[in-house]
Every structure is written in structure tokens, then in C-alpha cells.
Design a protein around this ligand. Structure first.
Ligand SMILES: Nc1ncnc2c1ncn2[C@@H]1O[C@H](COP(=O)(O)OP(=O)(O)O)[C@@H](O)[C@H]1O
Ligand SMILES: CC(=O)OP(=O)(O)O
Ligand SMILES: [Mg+2]
Length: 388
């Protein structure tokens, strides 16, 4: 038996799993949430059960130290890290070297909420387990099949050649895993399915998958484009940036505001969807508007991707919000009955795997993502290959 430790740093959380291979069984796993907020919480599960603690977790480096303190002291055989942006340098699983770290660092301006967090996880793991091979698995990998008409922005050509301005797309490990699991759930061959995956976490993105291959995704050159997110605006008119700059705001401040003070947080003062719902239920008008804007954006993208695919076999919800929030799923798809999308309210309320009614031409599902498992497998495949 071999063991792979997987570190998945999201914008607001750190998820980890110690996976036994080839069985794929999780020996230990956990989640550190609300990093950077006043009160964070850490949940760790292993053979002794689940322990939960509340404490302030200022950054991903502190989160990583909490993880290392609860894991077995013996080193794993390999460590796999989720890395969000690899630019045009890296997209396939890559053995981590100083050079890889330098590129991840360099690309921090294009993924300011993620690459620094990913690097913190890598550096803490290298300090703790220096000799263990470590692998970066990039969020962009699944999106390299997107055709030029979808990855290209309509901008001057030298922006593409000189500055690398293009769509990359992110959450790829999740979109790939969930797309495959959905085809299995439908009992269909992935090569014969058109699937729309809605990954709704703190970050959120949609992808259109045709025949197992990604053909379109909502995040762009950076994880800022597309849906409304916890703290990110998603789509806005690009002229807004010039407008604010002319009013004296610096580019750094604008970028920071769009990444960290926009989205649900900008709309209603809370970025955690559970809190937004509590506020909306207590009658808070801003929280209600936030939910309206969030769900409207989902509906717009679903319509667009139905058109991109020429119709879909399935629409799938995944990640923190997608897996747990019946209200967002129902409102995001409301009014789409004429497009063949009909939810079954009881199935939806219980987060069942299939939440559409039996006569719905498009099957709507909830499929939990498992980025950690997918990263463990890809990490081990690379490390085993190197040893051969
Ligand atoms: N049981 C739940 N009900 C509603 N929302 C939830 C639940 N669990 C998590 N969420 C929401 O999911 C989001 C976090 O999703 P997650 O996929 O863990 O994010 P990330 O990986 O981007 O950090 C938060 O907005 C949180 O409120
Ligand atoms: C790319 C991205 O937005 O990731 P997360 O949802 O984990 O923040
Ligand atoms: Mg995530």
C-alpha cells in the first residue's frame, strides 16, 4: 500500500486527504474553513472519529500547520497539491521543483486568491517532508481542449502574443471528475453525453462538456470572470475599470476590490452562502438582492451553455453551494421548463443524486466533487511512472 497526501487550497478553505492507493480509501481527511475570517473552523476525520475545533485561522500557512499537526508523523509516499494557475507553462501534472514554485509565484497576480495559498501549502509540505516527491495538479488542465473560438477574446492580437491574454478556465479537476461521475450516474458512455457542470463553491464556474471533453467554461484568463462568487464580481463591463481608474482609483485597488470585496460580500456584506441565507430569511433586503443576482447569473449561463452544446443531457450541481443548497438550485433553474428542465421539489430538497422529475428531458443532478481523490490518482500515476 502507498499513501498520498493531497492538499487542496481554495480561496477560503483548505481541504486535505491522506489517501491509500490503490484502494483509494481515505485514511484521514479534513477541512479548514473560513480562513481569514474572525472565526474559522477545522474538522479532522480519521479512524478515531471526527473532531471539530473553532479558532482564528489568519492564512493558509497557519491552516497548513494545523493540518500537519493532526496527520500521522510518518511521511506519505507522495504529496499532491492543487495549483490553480499554471499559465502557458504548466497544465499537466508536474513534479514540483524550485522552478515550478517560481512560476506559481510569478502567476500570483493572475490568481491572487489562490496561487499564494497553493504555494504556502507546497512550502509547508516541503519543509515538513523534504524528500517526499510532490506534484502540482493544475486547475487549468481540463480546459486545454476548449476551441479557439471559445478561448479567444476579441482583443488586439499582440495582447495574445505579448501578454498571454486568453481564457484558461479553472476548477478543471472538479469539472472533469463531476462530468465523468455524471455520465456513470446516467449509465451513459461519456463520449456520448453533453453535460453542463455548475461548480458553486466560494469560487464558482460553469463548464460545457461534449463527449467527455470541455468545450467552454466561464472563468477566463483569471478566476474572476463568470458567475457571481463569494467575494468576486464575475462578469462586469470591462470599461468599469477604466472609469474607476479615471476617478483616481489605482489598478491594484480595483483588482483587489473585484477579487476580495465584490460578489456576495459586496452585495450584502457576507460571502458565506449559509450566512447570506440567514440574512435573507430574516428580511435583509440586500441579502435578498444578492441571491437574486447570484441566481440570475446562473440562469443566464445555463441558457448560454445549452446553446453552446445545442442542448444537454444533464445539468449537474457540485461544490459547497451546489451540493447543499436546494434553494439556489431551484432558483437558478426556475423558468427553464420550456427548455426541458423540470426539477422535482422533493428530490431537490433532500439533495438526491437526481433532482429532476422523471419526465424532464434534461436530467438535473447533484454530484459531490472529489478533487482530492482525483489529485491523489494523478499524483501517484506521475510518481509511480518516474520510479519505473
Ligand atoms: N450545508 C451547506 N449549506 C449551504 N451552503 C453551504 C453548505 N456547506 C457549504 N456551503 C457553502 O459553500 C461555500 C463553500 O464552498 P466550497 O466548495 O467549500 O468552497 P471553496 O473550495 O471555494 O473554498 C460557502 O459559501 C458555504 O456557505
Ligand atoms: C479557482 C477557484 O475559484 O477556486 P475556489 O473555488 O477553490 O476558490
Ligand atoms: Mg474549492
Amino acid at each position: 500500500m502507498s499513501t498520498v497526501l493531497v492538499v487542496n487550497s481554495g480561496s477560503s478553505s483548505l481541504k486535505y486527504q491522506l489517501v491509500a492507493l490503490p484502494s483509494g480509501e481515505a485514511i484521514a481527511s479534513g477541512l479548514i474553513e473560513r480562513i481569514g475570517e474572525e472565526v474559522g473552523n477545522a474538522r479532522h476525520t480519521d479512524a478515531d472519529g471526527t473532531r471539530e475545533t473553532e479558532t482564528t485561522i489568519p492564512d493558509h500557512d497557519t491552516a497548513m500547520r494545523l493540518v500537519l499537526a493532526v496527520l500521522p508523523p510518518s511521511p506519505p509516499d507522495a504529496i499532491g497539491h492543487r495549483v490553480v494557475h499554471g499559465g502557458d507553462r504548466f497544465s499537466e501534472p508536474t513534479l514540483i521543483t524550485d522552478e515550478v514554485c517560481a512560476v506559481v509565484q510569478e502567476l500570483s497576480t493572475l490568481a491572487p486568491l489562490h496561487n499564494p495559498a497553493n504555494l504556502a501549502g507546497i512550502q509547508a509540505s516541503r519543509a515538513a517532508f523534504g524528500d517526499v516527491p510532490q506534484v502540482a495538479v493544475f486547475d487549468t488542465a481540463f480546459h486545454t481542449t476548449i476551441p479557439e473560438h471559445a478561448w479567444r477574446y476579441a482583443v488586439p492580437p499582440e495582447w495574445v502574443t505579448d501578454y498571454g491574454v486568453r481564457r484558461y478556465g479553472f476548477h478543471g479537476t472538479s469539472h472533469r471528475y463531476v462530468g465523468g461521475a455524471t455520465a456513470r450516474l446516467l449509465g451513459r458512455d461519456p463520449s456520448d453525453c453533453d453535460i453542463i457542470v455548475l461548480h458553486l463553491g466560494n469560487g464558482a464556474s460553469v463548464s460545457a462538456i461534449h463527449g467527455g471533453v470541455c468545450v467552454e467554461t466561464s472563468m477566463g484568463m483569471t478566476p474572476l470572470e463568470g458567475l457571481v462568487m463569494g467575494t468576486r464580481s464575475g462578469d462586469i463591463d470591462p470599461a468599469v475599470i477604466a472609469h474607476l481608474a479615471r476617478h483616481g482609483m489605482s489598478i491594484g485597488d480595483i483588482d483587489d476590490a473585484l477579487n476580495t470585496r465584490s460578489g456576495l460580500l459586496g452585495l450584502c456584506g457576507e460571502n458565506d452562502m449559509r450566512r447570506v441565507h440567514e440574512l435573507a430569511e430574516s428580511g435583509d433586503a440586500a441579502a435578498r438582492t444578492a441571491l437574486d443576482v447570484y441566481c440570475h447569473r446562473i440562469r443566464k449561463y445555463v441558457g448560454a451553455y445549452l446553446a453552446v452544446l445545442g442542448g444537454a443531457d444533464a445539468i449537474v450541481f457540485t461544490a459547497g453551494v451546489g451540493e447543499n443548497n436546494p434553494d439556489i438550485r431551484a432558483r437558478g433553474l426556475s423558468g427553464l421548463e420550456r427548455l426541458g428542465i423540470r426539477l422535482d421539489p422533493a428530490r431537490n430538497a433532500f439533495n438526491e443524486a437526481i433532482i429532476s422529475d422523471d419526465d424532464s428531458p434534461v436530467t438535473v443532478c447533484v454530484v459531490p466533487t472529489d478533487e482530492e481523490h482525483a489529485i491523489a490518482e494523478q499524483t501517484w500515476e506521475l510518481v509511480e511512472g518516474l520510479a519505473r
